[in-house]
Design a protein around this ligand. Structure first.
Ligand code: ADP
Ligand code: MG
Length: 698
């Protein structure tokens, strides 16, 4: 197993490298490079081939080339911007080197007759072929370096560090390895053999200095064995943090709740419909978890409209009947309010009072609700992320339900875990998402959760017919709305804007609203956007629900969860601006009743090729999982989960799309490692994840 010499060594300070003094080391530490290990794991983003010298006569525009030649003259030329123009010759032709930023020293050094090696991208210029700001090496000194023997690594741009400096650092770090120092390879031999993974040193050396005959295409595409080796280890480290997190949570105690009883029965009896098979199955999976003395960690995935709210209510009733408190958190105020109204309607007749908490709730009303929550008088609490706030103290929280989890980051998900962990118990956690999560993402981002899938829509829904219409035909679309509403149907008109600003979005929606009011004077048209006050929004929503409004002009605030079954027509303006998962969510606002529903994607012509391809997916599929898989391929994981800002893990080498096929192996390896080599878990995690990403202490 693990020998004494395998213990994690403290990282070797950079001052152990030739040419790095304390001041340098301090500066590098500020840039995230504190140890030799850090330098070795700071991997090139791409490579250049500088192993061959190209005769000037053979240069072509667009080439990255190494050229050697003699300076024929260097002059400052005025042009639109002042520049230093230096002509270099090698007998096969003349090349110009152009510098927009230059020192007197540079000008002086480029004297006529001096001999240089230059590297850069060749472009057509005013004076024939030119290289702007080439990298230069003087060939006049007897110490002139030979032409590169390996491909030249280009490191991710780091403010305050030149490529030359980064290369010198990695050179010194590799030399340090050559002197017999070593980085511990934490991957056990047994696993490395089984999964056919190369030794760590070989992989690092190859990636920092690939030999000229390397398979460059494989390197560029991230398919090289050396990248494969590191990607595997990186995914393994992530998997290990998630599993460890899970193990930590599961090692705590949670209240054991008896199987659903009278309350749940009364609730189901009062519903105007029977549960779907999928709802019954998932409710049972949850009920079994809640009967265990360990915190439940369960993710319920169900496409838009699958009926997750009922499942959440059943889980809540099991906890409530056992005398505990339940919190339900939704990502937007509109959605939270809708849940609040539903739960009030469902639970009040059962004698359960429901509290409400949102950021906009102020003053006395707020104090009131805080009081109800703290005393436990309100056993059911519904709200937005305001539930995280410190002032919110629960009385005996035993079940936390998070709706539409993709809107929250991993950290937030973990933060709510601790809300209830006062005393000896940790709360059970139920997470619900309508963004179908492609399997590969689920396997990494949610590896700490058990999964239930609501794979059946309630009966009686008619599929949504989706059409693409260019905005040059906007008038026809307006006529369609007129006709639809005349038949007693209701419609959404959704305005999209890329800007994050709620104000701009609200303005755009107001303009659209005014123009639709002009065109459709016989309809009553509502407007809803994120800048409105909560009561105002609630009023509009309930007017729309009650059928008092024919048409609702909205920003994407209605994206998640809003439920008005009579609405059967949706127009989405500029759908090309949104992600497919988001479009699927929006579209899911219709098709909830028995009338045939339509969704018009009113795009702005001309569409890019990618834009056309993406919207075609929307037209052809109403299966959220299929859409998410395709979107993942087209746009990458951050965009799909919508968590670019909220902390979806950023990988250094691995790529969830490219390396998806590694994940099953990584999962197996993680299990084996936890069991047979528990001492290696922490060192592996430390090597790949910064402390902020480890989620260990939350
Ligand atoms: P989502 O999974 O998108 O959160 P909701 O919980 O909002 O879906 O449910 C969508 C609609 O389906 C609601 O109007 C809800 O009342 C209705 N619904 C839920 N379960 C059933 C069922 N078993 N049969 C018929 N309608 C149902
Ligand atoms: Mg929902």
């Amino acid at each position: 197993m693990i020998s004494a010499s395998d213990r994690p060594l403290p990282p070797t300070p950079l001052t152990a490298l030739k040419g790095v003094g304390p001041a340098q080391a301090e500066k590098l530490a500020k840039l995230g490079l504190s140890s030799i290990q850090d330098v070795l794991f700071h991997l090139p983003a791409r490579y250049q081939d500088r192993t061959r010298i190209t005769p000037i006569g053979a240069l072509r525009p667009g080439m990255d080339a190494v050229v050697e030649g003699i300076v024929a003259g260097a002059d400052v030329v005025m042009g639109r911007r002042k520049s230093l123009l230096c002509r270099v010759q090698d007998g096969s032709g003349t090349l110009s080197l152009r510098f927009y930023y230059f020192s007197a020293a540079l000008k002086a050094s480029l004297q006529r007759g001096s001999h240089w090696r230059c590297y850069g991208e060749v472009r057509p210029g005013a004076s024939g072929l030119e290289i702007y700001h080439p990298e230069l090496v003087s060939l006049d000194s007897p110490l002139a370096a030979p032409v590169a023997q390996t491909l030249t690594p280009i490191y991710p741009a780091t403010e305050g560090l030149s490529q030359q400096r980064l290369r010198a650092l990695s050179e010194a770090a590799l030399a340090w390895l050559d002197q017999g120092h070593s980085l511990t390879d934490w991957l056990p031999d047994e696993l490395a053999r089984h999964f056919e993974l190369a030794p760590l040193h070989d992989a690092l050396r190859l990636l920092h200095r690939p030999p000229p005959d390397v398979d460059l295409l494989a390197l560029q595409e991230g398919r090289h064995w050396a990248q494969h080796r590191l990607a595997f280890e990186e995914l393994l480290a992530h998997q290990l943090t998630m599993l460890r997190l899970r193990a930590q949570v599961r090692s705590r105690h949670a209240p054991v709740m008896p199987a659903p009883g009278e309350l749940a029965e009364a609730f189901v009896r009062a519903l105007p419909f029977p549960l779907t098979g999928a709802q019954a199955r998932v409710a049972q999976e949850i009920a079994a978890d809640l009967g265990q003395p360990k915190p439940m960690l369960r993710l319920v995935q169900g496409d838009v409209g699958a009926g997750k709210t009922v499942v959440a209510a059943l889980a809540a009733l099991q906890a409530l009947e056992a005398g505990w408190q339940v919190a339900l958190m939704a990502p937007t105020e509109i959605l939270a309010e809708q849940h609040f109204m539903n739960f009030q309607r469902w639970f009040t007749p059962l004698g359960i009072s429901v509290a409400w908490m949102a950021g906009k709730l102020k003053g006395k009303a707020r104090d009131n609700q805080l009081q109800l929550i703290a005393t436990g008088d309100a056993a059911m609490v519904v709200g937005t992320h305001a539930l995280f706030q410190e002032q919110v103290r629960f009385n005996k929280l035993a079940l936390a339900i998070i709706d539409e989890q993709h809107r929250f980051g991993v950290e937030q998900r973990l933060a709510l875990r601790d809300k209830g962990s006062a005393g000896q118990f940790s709360p059970h956690q139920l997470i619900m998402t309508a963004t179908p999560i492609p399997r590969t993402l689920a396997m990494s981002a949610y590896a700490d959760l058990d999964t239930s899938i609501l794979d059946e829509l309630p009966p009686g829904r008619t599929p949504i017919n989706t059409v693409l219409v260019s905005d040059s035909r906007r008038e026809e679309v307006v006529e369609r709305v007129r006709a639809g509403c005349a038949e007693g149907r209701q419609a959404y008109w959704v305005c999209t804007l890329i800007e994050e600003s709620e104000q701009l979005q609200a303005q755009a929606a107001e303009v659209t609203w005014a123009s639709l009011c002009d065109s459709l004077p016989e309809l009553s048209i509502g407007l809803i956007h994120g800048r409105m006050k909560a009561p105002e929004k609630a009023e509009i929503m309930s007017a729309f629900k009650a059928g008092d409004l024919h048409l609702l002009v909205a920003t994407t605030v209605i994206e998640v969860g809003v439920d008005v079954p009579n609405a059967s027509l949706m127009i989405i303006e500029n759908p090309e601006r949104l992600g497919l998962a988001q479009l699927h969510q929006l579209r899911g606002r219709v098709g909830r009743g028995s009338a045939a529903s339509h969704c018009v994607l009113l795009y702005h012509a001309p569409l890019s090729h990618l834009g056309r391809e993406r919207l075609a997916i929307m037209r052809e599929s109403t299966d959220g999982f299929e859409i998410a898989e395709k979107d993942l391929r087209l746009r990458g994981p951050g965009e799909v989960l919508g968590t670019r800002q909220t902390g979806l893990v950023q990988f250094r080498v691995a790529d969830l799309v490219r390396d998806a096929d590694l994940l099953p192996e990584v999962q197996t390896a993680a299990q084996q490692l936890m069991q047979a080599y528990p001492d290696r878990v922490q060192p592996l995690i430390d090597r790949w994840l910064s402390h902020g990403q480890q989620f260990a202490q939350v």
